[in-house]
Ligand binder design. Structure first.
Ligand code: SAM
Length: 309
């Protein structure tokens, strides 16, 4: 198909030639990963439009958006690296187990398309509805007086824009905010915006090899309230060995390592590591990092048998 602009006889050299034929229009510029995300948005927009013309506007909810993303991901070549299926169950339970006391917030590291951000936002919204109906949550508390209840951090601006759009579609933008940047640079902003000990839930889903550094920054800045729940995904695939070692041996954490299947992949095993932070004064001395403990003559720490944790 060609979209050549008709040639203008007066000034031929100045006429821009817009042609898909010569591949000017983005093809080759977008990676296949981004193209798949474009297809996801197209799927969601088309399904939304279909619902609207059928008069089902009120059925477009966060749960519906999550189901549509699941449906899209089941298509051939459309798998998405999101925490769905069994992984979502653990996350959902963790959110439900943390009370929404005033001035407590939750954070996600790695938004991607906003799938878990939507799940977390919906879980919080459900708690508001329940708490407001029972009278245990005041309406003003539910909005934290203007501040968001969940912050999701994302390094890739394209992913961040998609996540914001998905949250808008799910009508959860008043609960979840997406911040663009690297987790390590954005963590200090949590202290500025929400204050010390403001976190009661953390979902780690960025890059496994940085989990332990990001966790120690949270500890150093005193951001986690005692009993803060930390759920870390993809701990075996691609893997976060130092984080698994630290959370398992440190006396500051009560940790359970769950073995489960990857989203929509019944033959691929992965771990979600769930810890409760017991507070800065918990336990005796802090154990050194594995490479410090192994020393020069010791067994290289990389050969530490992760399955013995
Ligand atoms: C596995 S995906 C997150 C999936 C999402 N939590 C879900 O389940 O719907 C990982 C995301 O983390 C982002 N990411 C990786 N390293 C990061 C970092 N250091 N800071 C912020 N985002 C990061 C990636 O761009 C990617 O979008």
């Amino acid at each position: 198909m060609s979209y050549d602009v008709e040639e203008d006889e007066e000034d031929e050299s100045e006429v821009p030639r817009l042609s898909f034929g010569n591949r000017l229009a983005l093809s080759g510029v977008l990676s296949s990963g981004y193209r798949k995300l474009g297809m996801l948005i197209e799927h969601l927009e088309t399904r939304t439009w279909e619902m609207q013309i059928m008069g089902g506007d009120q059925r477009i909810t966060a749960d519906w958006v999550l189901k549509e993303i699941d449906r899209f991901a089941q298509g051939l070549g459309k798998w998405l690296k999101v925490a769905g299926d069994d992984k979502a169950e653990i996350l959902q339970h963790s959110i439900g187990s943390r009370p929404l006391t005033e001035h407590k917030t939750m954070v996600e590291f790695g938004s991607f398309v906003g799938y878990t951000a939507t799940r977390m936002g919906r879980a919080v919204e459900r708690s508001y509805e329940k708490g407001f109906a029972e009278g245990s949550i005041l309406f003003e508390d539910s909005r934290l007086q203007g501040a968001n209840r969940i912050t999701s951090m994302e390094i890739d601006p394209v992913h961040a824009c998609i996540a914001r759009h998905v949250l808008d579609m799910s009508r959860l933008s008043h609960i979840v905010e997406v911040w663009i940047g690297q987790v390590k640079d954005l963590i200090p902003r949590l202290t500025e915006e929400h204050g010390d000990m403001s976190l009661n839930m953390v979902f780690m889903d960025q890059r496994g090899t940085t989990f332990h550094d990001d966790l120690s920054q949270l500890e150093e800045l005193g951001l986690m309230f005692p009993n803060c729940r930390i759920v870390a995904d993809n701990c075996v695939k691609p893997g976060s060995p130092v984080y698994c070692w630290h959370t398992t041996v440190s006396e500051r954490y009560k940790t359970t390592n769950y073995s489960l299947n990857e989203f929509l992949e019944s033959t691929i095993e992965d771990w979600q590591v769930v810890c409760d932070y017991l507070g800065p004064l918990a336990g005796g001395h802090q154990r050194p990092m594995p490479w410090e403990e192994a020393g020069d003559g010791g067994e290289p720490w990389r050969s530490y048998p992760i399955r013995d944790l």
